[in-house]
Design a protein around this ligand. Structure first.
Ligand SMILES: Cc1cc2nc3c(=O)[nH]c(=O)nc-3n(C[C@H](O)[C@H](O)[C@H](O)COP(=O)(O)O)c2cc1C
Length: 267
C-alpha cells in the first residue's frame, strides 16, 4: 500500500468516526457523497479490524510451543529430524515420549534414553545435533499433571511422530492413560491441530477405522510414506519429506525440502 493510499484510508476512517459521532456536521454535504464516504469508511474499518485480528492471532499462536509426541513405533529418526528443524528454527517444543519409546530406542539402536527430563533434553538435542537453539522441555510419560495436560496451556498444536497403532487406537477411543494421550486428547477437545504420523504396514481394518475416526474428529493424518520426486539421495532426505509434509499441516515451513516444481530453497 502506498503512502497516498494509507493517508486516504486514514482520512476515510477519520471521516467515518466523525460522521458517526457528529452527524450534524456532515448534513450540509450532498447526501450521496456522505453516504458513499460512510459506507466506504465503514467497509475499510471492518476489513482493517479483521485483517489485524487474523494477523495478530497468527503472530501470537506462532509463539506458542508445539507439542511433539513420540511413541514406540519404528523409525525414531522421524522424531529426531522433526526436532532438529524445529529447534534450528528457534521454535519452542514440549516433548513427551511414551513408555514404549524407551524400548524401541533400545531394540533398534541399542541406546538407553534417559528418563530424567534435563538429561532427556540433552539426549534429544545431541541426537538432533542442535545443542543450543530453540527451547526444548521434556516431560515424563507418567506426568499427567504437566502443563500440556491442560487445555488452558496454549499451544500451536501437537504432532505425534512416529505414531504407533496402539496410541492411535487409544486416541480413537478417547483414552488418556498417559501424558502423551492426554495432551493429544486436549488438542482435539480444544479444536487445535493434531497431526499424526502413523507407522505401520499393512494396516488392519481396525487401524483404518481408527484413522478414520481420528480424521473425523479433526486430526490430520500424514502417514510415514515418503515420495521420490524430490530426488532423495539419503535416508535423511526420505525422512525429511515426511517431516516437511507433517509440519506443513501446522503451517510450519522450516525443512529445506525441494518441493514439486520449486527451485532449491536456502533456509
Ligand atoms: C522395535 C519395535 C518396533 C516397533 N514398531 C512398531 C511400529 O512400527 N508400529 C506400531 O504400531 N508398533 C510398533 N511397535 C509396537 C509398539 O511399541 C507397541 O504396540 C507399544 O505398546 C506402543 O506403545 P505406545 O503407543 O504407548 O508407544 C514396535 C515395538 C518394538 C519393540
Amino acid at each position: 500500500m502506498t503512502n497516498d493510499q494509507q493517508l486516504e484510508n486514514l482520512r476515510r476512517f477519520h471521516l467515518f468516526l466523525d460522521t458517526a459521532l457528529r452527524p450534524e456536521r456532515h448534513l450540509n454535504q450532498s447526501r450521496i457523497s456522505v453516504q458513499y464516504d460512510i459506507v466506504s469508511s465503514y467497509l475499510f474499518s471492518i476489513s482493517t479490524y479483521f485483517f489485524s485480528r487474523t494477523y495478530c492471532l497468527k503472530i501470537m499462536t506462532n509463539n506458542y510451543p508445539l507439542i511433539v509426541g513420540v511413541t514406540g513405533a519404528s523409525g525414531l529418526i522421524y522424531a529426531v529430524r522433526t526436532l532438529k528443524y524445529l529447534l534450528e528454527a528457534d521454535r519452542a517444543v514440549e516433548l513427551v515420549a511414551s513408555k514404549s519409546t524407551y524400548m524401541v530406542w533400545q531394540s533398534e539402536q541399542n541406546i538407553r534414553m534417559p528418563a530424567e527430563p534435563t538429561l532427556q533434553e540433552e539426549f534429544w538435542r545431541e541426537k538432533a545435533g542442535v545443542p543450543n537453539s530453540g527451547k526444548l522441555r521434556c516431560h515424563p510419560w507418567q506426568d499427567v499433571g504437566a502443563n500440556i495436560a491442560s487445555g488452558s496451556f496454549r499451544t500451536q498444536g501437537m504432532m505425534i511422530i512416529p505414531c504407533s497403532m496402539s496410541t492411535l487406537g487409544k486416541l480413537a477411543a478417547g483414552l488418556s492413560s498417559d501424558l502423551l494421550e492426554r495432551a493429544a486428547d486436549v488438542q482435539l477437545k480444544e479444536g487445535r491441530k493434531l497431526v499424526l504420523v502413523p507407522r505401520e504396514t499393512p494396516f488392519s481394518l481396525i487401524h483404518l477405522r481408527n484413522l478414520t475416526t481420528l480424521a473425523e474428529a479433526g486430526a490430520r493424518i500424514v502417514p510415514a510414506i515418503p515420495a521420490w520426486y524430490h530426488n532423495p539421495q539419503t535416508i535423511e532426505d526420505l525422512v525429511d519429506f515426511v517431516v516437511a509434509r507433517a509440519l506443513d499441516q501446522l503451517g510450519i515451513d522450516c525443512v529445506p525440502l525441494k518441493r514439486w516444481k520449486e527451485e532449491e530453497k536456502s533456509h
